[in-house]
Design a protein around this ligand. Structure first.
Ligand SMILES: [Zn+2]
Length: 167
């Protein structure tokens, strides 16, 4: 058994409007052409398909489910010769998250990953390689949910199970 430390990050919100749930209702049919799909996705989410959003969306969504930090995406964009600043990458990632096309997963409070898979799932965090990996079981549940303050409800529970190599 690896050493495991579980950190819980339950977001409590006063309105249950989960952006992921909102976007899920009118997800366009995907054609398999990344460029076309990204265009459709942006439009359906109410975002204008600017050149930069299209290029970043193509890098993000063109390769299946991924977990990327803003720095990682910036590096990919630079390698792909997409003229974009780190600030624009940050802004775009936040806009896509607000639109429900990405899910934010925070690790350590300093590292934020953006997940292209917005369905309910939890993560392993590999401390040695700083990698985020999906836990295949989507039905993983807490044994006992905490009591929440009056007037609030649990919007979502994100579980990050931290793994490190055995010494
Ligand atoms: Zn994930």
């Amino acid at each position: 058994m690896p050493d495991v430390e579980i950190s819980l990050n339950a977001s409590i919100s006063d309105d249950a409007a989960d952006p992921a749930a909102r976007a899920g209702g009118h997800q366009p049919a995907l054609t398999g052409c990344p460029w076309h799909d990204v265009n459709e996705m942006l439009q359906a989410a109410g975002l204008r398909p600017t050149r930069q959003r299209m290029a970043l969306g193509w890098l993000l969504f063109g390769k299946g489910a991924r977990h990327l930090t803003a720095e990682m995406l910036y590096e990919e964009a630079t390698l792909a010769k997409v003229p974009v600043s780190l600030a624009t990458v940050y802004n775009t990632l936040n806009q896509l998250t607000d639109a429900g096309l990405l899910r934010q997963v925070s690790v350590d409070g300093t590292k934020t990953y953006f997940d292209t898979n917005v369905t309910t799932h939890h993560h392993f965090y590999l401390e040695n390689s700083h990698e985020l990996v999906d836990i295949p079981d989507p039905h993983l549940v807490l044994h006992k949910m905490p009591d929440v303050p009056e007037g609030y409800e649990i919007a979502r529970v994100d579980m990050v199970v931290r793994l490190r190599k055995k010494r």
